[in-house]
Write a new protein. Structure first.
Length: 707
């Protein structure tokens, strides 16, 4: 067993039960540690002198926060470069800073918004200077000042539960109320933090809308045939444009002014709804630059001259008017600039799946309805497995038999990830279940902010993977990891481990139809009363069913296998997945990246909420780079990935060369040319996966002299 001790002092008690955000002071140097106890994120503020945080009323901040303290300091330094928005006492934005910034403000009252893994706000009275280079940001005051530090968790749950019958007309009424969760109907709702989680939905004997759930009146309607297929596909669009969903003879979007947009086109209903959602969302992202966050956005400069749109005028118009003007623009005029979508969800049009709609909508997913039935496992073959099994004698199989399992192959989609909501085990997509999403809503704050990792190796022949992952997990000094490694557990011991709370369980060993192989027999996860780990990686053969049982018992997300896996390939997958998860990549993104680097990658899939991640400590999203050699330098493709904090509508600025524009978060890569020294400097900023000549390596392992 190995353990990384947490270096911080106990958290400062603040009002609120339970705590979602805590403040503590580190032992090693002066400063303040802000911890999101639910999302397990942490951010340090280094100060020029020791501080003693004192709890204060959170209402003292302009923006909503979960907790606040005051500290006395003359300077605060951030461990990375993050966006800093400086506003005066009226809320007017004075400046936004990134790398290589220098902004000086005379004495006054200021609010500084720090866009790290936890939303942090500083309020201070006096002169303020913000300076940053490529590594850190420093905020200086004109002498020691009392600084109010407020923080808000990115965790947010639904406000209430709507009950509906299985009647499609009642379902229409229920989903019409999803937009009650929007925190604004202005274009700023394109920011993920201003789109609240829709109310939950459950099936019952009658339609019931709780008091306090009231959708905004926007004058926008979606008229649809009263059938599940149409309703499910249109729900995320209805939520985003705050439309009332009503029965109609043909699918169309209409406004009170008489505007009409046909949704039943030659492209097909699903494709047209997808286009309207993407176009509206994208143009909102552009229009919002006229508002509260007036920044230089790359996507605006890319399309502005080609569009007959007055964004300054549009910003102040009602949502319905904005929508009308947006949809008068051909989709082809913006198609190339629209960010690649994070998620496409394939939702079977059955009554019970209405309960998944709030979660699919919260992800702002593109929804498709499948038309094919699950296929028996005997008909599902993968070339990778065939190739390995032809030449190998050592797999992680313990005589597993997945022949009773049925499979489904969702149609390909233009998005980073795909999820499947319905019967069967999906190939190339995650298996989303309502149980997993409800488990995430029930996630409780960590007692001390530690990130708990449990590694179990129940076969000594697989010690190579155990040794590697033991070194990987907890290797980030800036985060408080608690790593525990177990070997050759008995059924009783493994039951205890599977029931104990942890952020991640990494299991190495054998699994078959009867359960996990232990030193004294088999442990079937279906016999567990409670599963303690939030996330898991079951790196064993045929682990799909046991992973499903862990979700049913309380887990949120996991990576499992659909077939037998060769040991050497499993070791490589385990090593790569451990590093990706350790760096804060969500479960779904980690698997997508690792799949591309392994011939057996398609044997792995995700069950549950694929957006779950361990933790981040800096301001940027998880990212992957690809490097190509040019005659006179290098070309770098920079691809960001989603996270709890950085979702659709977020903005990022790569720390590359003289880049000074924000970019919309997108799974699509952005390309930059640079010299060897510029490439070295960029890849030294953080440890990231880098693809070179088709092989995935890590930036801290690169030999730039040979590159």
């Amino acid at each position: 067993m190995s353990r990384t001790e947490r270096p911080d002092r106990p958290p400062v008690e603040t009002d609120g039960d339970p705590l979602e955000v805590s403040f503590s002071t580190p032992d090693d140097e002066p400063g303040l540690v802000v911890t999101d106890l639910i999302e397990r994120n942490q951010f340090r503020l280094f100060t020029d002198r020791p501080v003693s945080p004192t709890p204060v009323d959170p209402d003292g901040h302009r923006f909503p926060i979960d907790a606040a303290v005051t500290v006395g300091a003359a300077a605060i330094e951030l461990p990375t470069v993050v966006s800093v928005y400086v506003r005066d006492d009226t809320g007017r934005m004075l400046a936004e800073t990134e790398h290589s910034a220098y902004e000086e403000f005379p004495p006054g009252r200021y609010s500084l918004e720090l866009c790290g893994p936890i939303k942090i706000y500083l309020r201070v009275e006096g002169g303020v200077t913000v300076v940053s280079d490529v590594n850190r940001t420093r905020i200086e005051f004109d002498g020691e000042r009392e600084v109010r530090v407020g923080a808000r968790s990115h965790h947010e749950g639904p406000a209430a539960t709507i009950t509906t019958t299985g009647d499609p007309v009642d379902v229409m009424t229920a989903v019409s109320e999803f937009s009650s969760a929007l925190k604004t109907t202005s274009p700023e709702r394109s920011y993920p933090t201003l789109r609240g989680h829709p109310p939950l939905v459950e099936l019952g004997d009658r339609l019931q809308i709780p008091d306090g759930i009231e959708a905004p009146e926007t004058g926008v309607r979606l008229e649809l045939p009263p059938e599940y297929r149409s309703i499910y596909v249109a729900t995320p669009l209805a939520y985003y444009v705050a439309a009332e969903v009503v029965p109609g003879d043909r699918p169309r979007l209409v406004t009170d002014s008489g505007f009409e947009h046909d949704l039943d086109t030659m492209r097909g209903f699903e494709t047209e709804v997808e286009r309207v959602l993407k176009q509206t969302f994208f143009l909102d992202c552009v229009t919002r630059t006229e508002g509260y966050y007036s920044v230089d956005l790359h996507e605006r400069s890319a399309v502005e001259t080609d569009l007959d749109l007055d964004f300054e005028w549009l910003y102040d118009q009602p949502l319905a008017t904005q929508l009308e003007r947006y949809l008068q623009i051909p989709f082809g005029a913006v198609e190339e600039a629209v960010p690649e979508w994070r998620l496409t969800s394939h939702v079977a049009p059955t009554p019970e799946n209405v309960e998944l709609l709030p979660f699919v909508t919260n992800d702002l997913a593109v929804v498709r309805t499948p038309r094919n039935e699950p296929t028996p496992s005997s008909e599902v073959q993968t070339a990778a497995a065939d190739e390995f099994f032809r030449d190998s004698t050592f797999t992680r199989s313990a005589a597993a038999d997945g022949s009773a399992r049925s499979y489904v192959q969702p149609e390909t989609a233009d998005s980073l990830e795909q999820s499947w909501v319905g019967e069967g085990a999906p190939i190339g997509a995650s298996k989303a279940t309502s149980t997993a999403f409800y488990n995430r809503l029930d996630r409780t704050p960590a007692d001390d902010g530690d990130i708990g990792i449990t590694v179990v190796c129940n076969d000594r022949r697989m010690a190579d993977e155990r040794d590697v992952v033991d070194e990987v997990y907890g290797s980030r000094e800036e985060l408080p990891f608690d790593v525990r490694v177990h070997h050759d557990l008995t059924r009783r011991e493994l039951r205890g481990v599977l029931s104990a709370e942890a952020d991640l369980l990494h299991y190495i060993g054998h699994i078959d139809a009867e359960g996990f192989e232990c030193a004294d027999g088999k442990l079937d996860a279906t016999t567990l009363g409670t599963a303690g780990p939030d996330a898991f990686l079951l790196n064993a053969c045929q682990s799909y069913e046991q992973g499903s049982a862990l979700i049913d018992a309380g887990a949120i997300a996991g990576i499992v296998t659909l077939s037998d896996v060769i040991n050497s390939g499993a070791v490589r997958m385990g090593r790569m997945l451990a590093r990706l998860l350790n760096r804060g990549f969500p479960v779904g993104s980690a698997l997508e990246i690792a799949r591309d680097d392994s011939i057996i990658g398609e044997q792995y899939t995700v069950i549950g909420d694929s957006s779950l991640s361990l933790a981040r400590t800096d301001g940027g999203p998880p990212n992957v780079c690809a490097v190509r050699r040019l005659d006179d330098g290098y070309e770098l493709d920079w691809q960001t990935h989603p996270s709890t904090r950085v979702g659709m509508g977020s903005m990022v600025m790569p720390w590359i060369n003289d880049e000074n524009q924000y970019h919309l978060w997108s799974a699509a890569s952005k390309t930059f040319e640079m010299t060897r020294e510029e490439l070295r400097q960029f890849l030294s900023l953080e440890t990231v996966p880098v693809k070179i000549d088709g092989t995935l390596v890590w930036s801290d392992e690169l030999d730039f002299a040979k590159l």
